[in-house]
Design a protein. Structure first.
Length: 237
């Protein structure tokens, strides 16, 4: 190992708009020797496409290819292999910037590399604009106010679990809606949180869509979608 090993950077690249990268993330991205990012088994990486305007030419790149599905899959080998490849660069003194959609530590893929590498390598985590705050901005709906408790729930939860948690919720964000939209709508209706709720997909991207939940007639949604609801309706009122 070199006496001056490289630094691992976990860079949050935000929800989709390249202008939502932080100044720090852009600087570190342009300084890094190696750039790594999650990618589907075939095709382009969302994280890389977000950061593309800020990536200098000639950088070594590592595409961490994995199935982009909601269901769990045997990811250990994927992250083990990627961590070993990244560690080799770090041990040779090269800095590695790992791109992560949204924020690295808010349901971000970077956390799995962090768990494998941070104990043995200098690591810097740069927070990013998360989909949670991007959807609130897109909807023009503040998440919470005063002493509200904000609850974040994954859409894949069982319907009974969703209803149980929603029944106690004041302000709520439901993430990873996708194919669970019909179930989520039923759970919100059962707990009186459907009135005034907002549905947002692809926040900050060109295809962004914002509609009142009551006007949404589909039963499935894109993976990059979220529902915001508040028991008082307008959190700032």
């Amino acid at each position: 190992m070199t006496s001056h090993p490289g630094t691992l950077y976990g860079l949050g690249v935000g929800p989709g708009d390249p202008e939502l990268l932080t100044l720090k993330a852009v600087r570190l991205l342009q300084e890094a020797d190696v750039i790594a990012y999650p990618a589907p088994m075939e095709g382009a990486s969302m994280a890389r496409s977000i950061a593309a305007p800020h990536i200098p030419e000639g950088r070594t790149e590592i595409a961490i290819r994995m199935p982009m599905v909601e269901a769990r899959f045997p990811a250990q080998d994927v992250y083990d292999k990627a961590a070993a490849e990244i560690a080799a660069h770090l041990d040779d003194g090269r800095s590695v910037a790992v791109l992560c959609e949204g924020d690295p530590f808010f349901y971000g893929s970077f956390m799995y590399l962090f768990g494998r590498l941070a104990s043995d390598h200098r690591t810097v985590v740069v927070p990013g604009v998360s989909a949670l705050t991007a959807t609130a901005a897109a909807a023009g709906a503040p998440l919470a106010a005063r002493n509200d408790v904000l609850t974040v729930l994954p859409g894949p939860l069982e319907e009974e679990a969703l209803v149980e948690r929603l029944a106690r919720a004041e302000a709520v964000a439901i993430i990873k809606v996708g194919r669970h939209l019909a179930k989520v709508k039923r759970a919100l209706a059962a707990t009186g949180l459907d009135h005034g709720a907002h549905y947002i997909s692809h926040a900050s991207m060109a295809q962004q869509r914002v509609v009142a939940l009551g006007d949404l007639h589909e039963d499935t949604a894109p993976y990059f979608s979220m529902i915001l609801a508040h028991r008082r309706g307008d959190a700032w009122s």
